[in-house]
Design a protein around this ligand. Structure first.
Ligand code: BES
Ligand code: ZN
Length: 409
């Protein structure tokens, strides 16, 4: 069952040779939805049908073709640019793709096995009390604040204005709550924007880490746009994890360490998270699970109807969400897919870490105003809906943080 296929190097070599030509700056290596590459007749250099992902070197023309096609279908980018690697990288790309396929296969097996019931979390009084401390109005306050910056785009002179303001806000909050946290602005090589990390050290197994993240950057139009409020995409997810952090600081640390990330440059190709996840892999960090919140404010499939994204995510963590929902959330979960690595969870999943991505709606019913100056708080914004995602973030911190569960496969 060798479903992983390497294409003849003769196909590859001329393509790569082109990379040294005058247009080399514009060609990118990318992973993309396999069907998309096939439909658009783009040469696939390697593929894994289990992951549904193809590897291609995209010329500027091909990139435009994919983007146009996807936008016509109401989708966004449709491909993920891979960070450049040093030295002979092609074999490494093949291995990466095969690893991804293996991982998907393990997730699919688990999902089919029905073993998720084994990980049911049950309902606990203290967890419910912590959830009750989450405040819906704080979400509105945060989204108003973040979307009032003209832009949070990752390029340009002002790329870190909002990021630094967020760091200040968190320092103030930690001081007011007298909570010991570590806060770091993370420099990147792929973008001048910084990611922000807040660590709440665990008091029993601090080397084991639960990651909770959201991208903080915004974008509008092809060039980033001077006005990109990004209220839904993604001040909303940023607000949810800020609120979960606030309550975690109130209730005190967990056994495991919890790290909160506001990623840089997601809209330009998952840039910040790609570097962070790669470093975590290289450092062999024990990351138990990674939650990604990206767009939580627009209830396109109905209030409290939540998409449980199944691509680039882990079956056991999706089961965790099902159990969390039965015990605490009482929302409606619907399995769905982005069809490509649509947010920062894909960066982590690609490095082999377990991930979860609950989403505001099903993919096709999500907010159409994103990536425009109209992604603002409006009559359709629903903070009661978004509030559920603060609960998910806090449950992720408390349930994974105070247990010794880990990926069972
Ligand atoms: N929040 C979006 C992803 C998204 C959009 C998910 C619509 C579901 C429905 C995210 O910020 C984004 O725009 N991602 C990029 C991908 C990236 C690799 C540049 C996209 O979708 O084009
Ligand atoms: Zn976006």
């Amino acid at each position: 069952m060798a479903r992983f296929k390497l294409f003849a190097l003769s196909v590859l070599v001329p393509m790569m040779a082109g990379a040294h030509g005058p247009q080399s700056m514009e060609q990118v290596e990318a992973l993309s939805d396999l069907n998309l590459l096939k439909v658009l007749n783009i040469p696939i250099l390697a593929q894994d049908t289990r992951a549904g992902v193809g590897y291609a070197v995209l010329t500027p023309e091909m990139q435009e073709k994919i983007s146009k096609f996807n936008h016509a279908r109401g989708r966004c980018g449709g491909f993920e640019v891979l960070p450049p690697t040093r030295g002979p990288s092609v074999e490494g790309r093949f291995q990466e793709l095969r690893r991804l396929g293996d991982q998907v296969e393990r997730d699919v097996r688990w999902a089919r096995s029905g073993m998720g019931r084994r990980l049911e979390i049950g309902k606990k009084q203290d967890v419910q009390e912590a959830l009750d401390k989450l405040n819906e109005d704080n979400l509105r306050g945060f989204v108003e604040w973040a979307s009032s910056f003209p832009t949070r785009y990752n390029k340009g002179a002002n790329a870190n204005v909002a990021v630094e303001a967020l760091a200040g806000k968190i320092r103030d909050m930690a001081k007011a709550l007298r909570a010991p946290i570590q806060i770091e602005l993370i420099n990147h090589t792929s973008t001048p924007q910084k990611s922000l990390m807040v660590r709440v050290p665990g008091n029993v197994a601090p080397q084991e880490v639960v990651v909770i993240g959201a991208h903080f950057d915004s974008i509008a139009g092809w060039t980033g746009g001077s006005r990109a409020p990004g209220a839904d995409d993604n001040a909303s997810g940023s607000a949810n994890i800020f609120e979960a952090l606030r309550v975690l600081l109130l209730t005190g640390p967990t056994a495991r360490t919890v790290e909160f990330y506001w990623y840089a440059g997601e809209e330009s190709g998952l840039l910040g998270s790609a570097e962070i996840a790669k470093a975590a892999k290289e450092q062999k960090r024990q990351i138990v699970g990674v939650l990604q919140l990206d767009m939580t404010l627009f209830p396109g499939s109905g209030e409290l109807v939540i998409g449980n994204m199944t691509d680039f995510t882990s079956a056991w963590l999706r089961d965790f969400l099902v159990s969390a929902n039965q015990n605490y959330l009482k929302a409606q979960l619907v399995d769905d897919q982005c069809g490509y690595g649509c947010s920062d969870h894909a960066s982590w999943y690609r490095q082999g870490f377990p991930t979860l991505m609950p989403f505001e709606s099903t993919f096709s019913r999500s907010n159409k105003a994103i990536h425009t100056p109209n992604d603002v708080i409006n009559a359709q914004s629903n903070f009661r809906h978004s509030h559920v995602f603060s609960k998910i973030a806090l449950l992720f911190a408390l349930e994974l943080g105070n247990n010794n569960v880990r990926q069972p496969y």
